[in-house]
Design a protein around this ligand. Structure first.
Ligand code: C5P
Length: 300
């Protein structure tokens, strides 16, 4: 086998409850991840040495060196196997770059699956999940897909059963936001306002809405503790979120650390209408529709 291609979805966080800052610089979370139908593709081709190339949407903003999460994943997998394997990774981006939709984590997960196959390692998902957690907090979920609750720094996962499909609209912003900067801004705001930071808990009504396929309740329960920080760093997001509410979204929130905004619609046709209204309102660089949950990485 000379090459393996893996298709991998983006995620949106339905609840992101951020606990106190830990000694290791991370925050304990309750992070309800939901994989949606916006996909990157990663092709792993056998060669001597390791290299990565990025094509597509905002490709120029993705590093093509050792900082790239997909190549980090390839190195980590080769290290785990104790062999000096080589690979070229070609990443075709559709997931917004630094957009709060875990695009880099998705590419890392896809690289793990592709290289596991290309190099004939046959490692089970549990082993890949352990390697994934060392690459980034969101990479284990990117291997899993579907809908899941993450605890710890987001890497300890419990899959959730979800009834039916949910229909989403995503408003993409110009330029990205750094995850570390948004968490630091969240800490700064909490300090400045003297907010008492509670231990993060999963919202039971949100979990019930997912189990029952109740979009109305899910919309009302969407919550992201990083949102005030993302809006503080990117003031224009307040207008984007307001436009979604005014045009009939069941719920609106910043996705992860932003700046992508997510809007829940009643149905596929409602998502189409909402996307058209948001485009007309001129509150985003681009507006796309997607559905979730979708499965994790798939070899194509
Ligand atoms: O794990 P990952 O490398 O994706 O995290 C990027 C940054 O986001 C971390 O360096 C940290 O600043 C912040 N973070 C956090 N708490 C988490 C996850 C990420 O503070 N649970």
């Amino acid at each position: 086998m000379d090459s393996v291609t893996v298709r991998v979805p983006a995620k949106v966080n339905l609840q992101l409850a951020v606990g106190p800052l830990r000694d290791d610089g991370y925050h304990d979370l309750v992070n309800v991840f939901h994989a949606v139908s916006i996909f990157d593709e990663v092709t792993a081709t056998a060669k001597v040495g390791m290299s990565v190339r990025v094509e597509g949407e905002s490709a120029d903003q993705v590093p093509e060196d050792g900082e790239n999460l997909a190549i980090k994943a390839a190195f980590a997998l080769a290290g785990h196997a104790g062999r000096s394997y080589g690979v070229n990774l070609l990443i075709r981006k559709s997931i917004p770059v630094a957009g709060g939709m875990a695009g880099g984590s998705a590419d890392a997960a896809a690289a793990l699956v592709a290289c596991n196959e290309l190099w004939g390692l046959g490692l089970p998902l549990e082993d890949l999940m352990e390697i994934a957690a060392d690459i980034g907090s969101d990479v284990p979920f990117a291997l899993l897909g579907g809908t899941a609750v993450g605890t710890g720094r987001g890497e300890r996962l419990t899959p959730l059963k979800v009834e039916g499909d949910f229909h989403w609209v995503f408003a993409l912003a110009d330029g990205g936001l750094s995850t570390a900067t948004v968490y630091a801004e969240c800490d700064r705001l909490r300090e400045a306002t003297g907010e008492r930071v509670a231990w993060p808990r999963a919202a039971e009504p949100l979990l019930a809405a997912l189990r029952e396929g109740d979009a109305e309740t899910l919309g009302a329960e969407l919550r992201n503790d990083l949102q005030p920080a993302a809006v503080m760093l990117r003031g224009s997001l307040a207008r984007t979120l307001k436009a979604g509410r005014e045009h009939g979204a069941l719920g609106s929130l910043v996705s992860g650390s932003g700046p992508t905004c997510a809007f829940l619609a009643r149905s596929e046709s409602h998502a189409g209408e909402l996307a058209a209204s948001l485009k007309d309102a001129g509150v985003a660089r681009d507006v796309i529709t997607a559905h979730g949950p979708v499965p994790g990485p798939v070899i194509v």
